[in-house]
Design a protein around this ligand. Structure first.
Ligand SMILES: Nc1ncnc2c1ncn2[C@@H]1O[C@H](COP(=O)(O)OP(=O)(O)O)[C@@H](O)[C@H]1O
Ligand SMILES: [Mg+2]
Length: 243
């Protein structure tokens, strides 16, 4: 099967070779269609850098990223980064910038807003919404691109518990249903929330100081010794509870 993404032996150096830091070192990651890969690891372990490399925002210092140039991919950040425009325009502008005629862009934006349950807020100023609503708008904006690959960097980390659940449920629905075109949606997401990892992921990549220290199926990750040693509260999950 053709991989969605194939990153080979990538390193990312910030700064000069002598004094800089390697945010990633010798990272290889091959992601197949429909996989749901969770990136876990301590702060500073390289999760965000890896997602940025996968989205083409950072070119690796060494190593090669191969992906289908036709692949449609969107990225969702920890904070929503919305423009000082209406909710609808925030979504439509992204489509228009990618060549979708304005009228179609508006129609697709209305559909995307309906998909995240925010139709009634289309005309509101995006920055005036609550954090959870803003993240749903950002998710609608990502979804409107009809991505085959969705990259998410701690998408619920800045949200209150209620909004966390809402946004996570939407991500889950999107991954399950895709766009109704038969294409599975592939996810690569960073998360500190082990409950979320357990609910969303099929595979877990554990980063330690910029290196892949483990790459396991989600069941092996939750049964294995790595979890116990790296996450002091992990026994809660092993007993089937959620945080
Ligand atoms: N733009 C940057 N310039 C310099 N150092 C950076 C930059 N972005 C990240 N880093 C460093 O790279 C390492 C990995 O960071 P990051 O990918 O953000 O980790 P994580 O998302 O896992 O917390 C950290 O040591 C961080 O300080
Ligand atoms: Mg990060």
């Amino acid at each position: 099967m053709m991989a969605v993404l194939d990153l080979k032996q990538a390193s990312v150096l910030f700064g000069r070779p002598a004094s800089g830091i390697y945010a990633l070192q010798d990272v290889s990651l091959r992601v197949q269609p429909g996989e749901r890969v969770a990136l876990v690891g301590a702060n500073g372990s390289g999760k965000s850098t890896l997602l940025r490399v996968l989205h083409g925002l950072i070119r690796p210092t060494t190593g090669v990223l191969t992906c289908d140039p036709q692949l449609r991919q969107s990225m969702l950040f920890q904070r929503p980064h919305l423009l000082r425009l209406s909710v609808l325009s925030n979504i439509a502008l992204g489509l228009w910038l990618r060549g979708v005629p304005w009228h179609d862009a508006q129609l697709r934006s209305h559909n995307a807003l309906a998909r995240v349950g925010l139709s009634e807020l289309a005309g509101r100023k995006a920055r005036a919404l609550s954090g959870g609503q803003q993240q749903r708008v950002a998710l609608a904006r990502a979804w409107a691109m009809e991505p085959q690959l969705l990259l998410l960097d701690e998408p619920t980390a800045s949200l209150d518990p209620h909004a966390k659940r809402e946004v996570e449920a939407l991500i889950h629905e999107f991954a399950d249903q895709g766009h109704g075109t038969g294409d599975a949606m592939t996810l690569v997401f960073a998360s500190h929330n082990l409950g979320q990892v357990k609910r969303l992921a099929s595979r877990v990549v554990y980063l330690d100081q910029g290196r892949v220290a483990a790459d396991l199926s989600v069941s092996d990750f939750f049964c294995g010794p790595l979890l116990q040693s790296q996450y002091p509260a992990a026994h809660l999950f092993v007993k089937g509870e959620s945080l």
